[in-house]
Structure formats: C-alpha cells, structure tokens
Design a binder for this molecule. Structure first.
Ligand code: FES
Length: 193
C-alpha cells in the first residue's frame, strides 16, 4: 500500500474496505523484485536499530508479569542488557543491567523479586530504584560518590498493562502519543489482569 496516497487512518480504512468489497488489493504497475540487500545489508540493519529500535518505545514487559513491589525482569533487548523493576512506590523503572564498577550484569536474565541487587563480581549493591546503596570493602575504593553511580536509567512508561522502554537514556517517551488511536483498543484487552 502506498501510504503517501492516504492522508489519515480514515482514508486507509476506507481503502481497505474497498479492497475487501472488490476482492483486490494494492498492486504495483508490474511485478517487482525486492533487492536481497533490503534483508541482508548490515549498514541498513544498523540504521534500523539506531533510528527505530533504539529511539521508539518497545514493549518489553507486561504489567501482569511483574505486578508486585520488588518484581523484576532482566533481558537482552536488541543487544542491550535491560533490567525492569517495580519499586515500593509501585512505579516500573528500567535500567541498563550494568554495574557501574566494572560493567558486570547485576541481575541474571529472567524474572524474580527482590528489593536490592548485589553484583556478583565485587558485591556492589543497588536498590531497585537504581541507587547504589552499598560498596563491599568500601575502604579499598577510596572516596567514591555513590550518588553519582546509580544505574543508568532508561525512559520507561507503563500504559494499559504494558511496560514500554526506550533503549537510549534521555530520549523522550510518550507512549499514548506513540500508540495514538490504538491505545483505546489495547486498553480494552485489560492486559494488566
Ligand atoms: S563489577 Fe560490579 S562490583 Fe565490580
């Protein structure tokens, strides 16, 4: 379908209904071939990752997967280790699952429940709101500013039973605007339950 021909969702819906009624679909003027590079070109793949998958909200968890305070989910998302937590305040937050000391993952991939994460490498401990709360053998590290060494937070928003994350720190996130009219349909599914 040539989306340039259609001005809004109403136009698209009308065109689709017309196709159904006349048992047809959008067609090019002649058979066309899609270049193999469209699927295999590494540079194109990298651009898609950078411009789409690391810029737009990705639905990485369902509310129902981690409904209680302390619940967490750790995963690889497009090559990045991500940790989603639910704090005592009920808020879902997302972080890079990377210790600020020597970059070890602080949570194993999977799901669980805890209020703190202790890094397996040298025992630095983080609260599930991302703050660095403990440094084992702290005297051996010198004067460390714990407040400056919180986990790197990722933009995160929970909407209609879904937890969305943008995989670039500091990027804006506005899931209702991103979903547009689909939000009402998704909310009707009551995914949070
Ligand atoms: S890498 Fe985490 S405490 Fe050293």
């Amino acid at each position: 379908m040539d989306l340039d021909l259609y001005k809004d969702y109403g136009d698209i819906a009308e065109a689709l209904l017309d196709f159904v009624e006349h048992r047809t679909t959008d067609q090019a003027d002649a058979p066309m071939q899609v270049p193999v590079a469209s699927y295999l070109d590494p540079a194109r793949f990298d651009r898609e990752i950078a411009l789409i998958f690391r810029k737009l909200p990705l639905m990485l968890a369902l509310t129902a997967e981690m409904p209680k305070a302390g619940d967490y989910k750790a995963m690889d998302a497009i090559g990045l280790p991500v940790l989603i937590t639910r704090g005592r305040d009920g808020a879902a937050r997302a972080f890079l699952n990377v210790c600020k000391h020597r970059a070890m993952h602080i949570a194993k991939e999977g799901k669980g429940n805890c209020s703190r994460f202790a890094c397996q490498y040298h025992g630095w401990t983080y609260a599930n709101d991302g703050h660095l709360v403990g440094i084992a053998e702290g005297h051996t590290f010198g004067d460390v500013d714990k407040a400056a060494l919180a986990l790197t937070e990722l933009p995160c928003q929970e909407v209609a039973g879904m937890i969305f994350v943008v995989l670039t720190p500091g990027e804006p996130i506005d899931v209702p605007a991103f979903l547009g009219p689909m939000l009402d349909d998704l909310a009707a599914l009551k995914l949070e339950t």
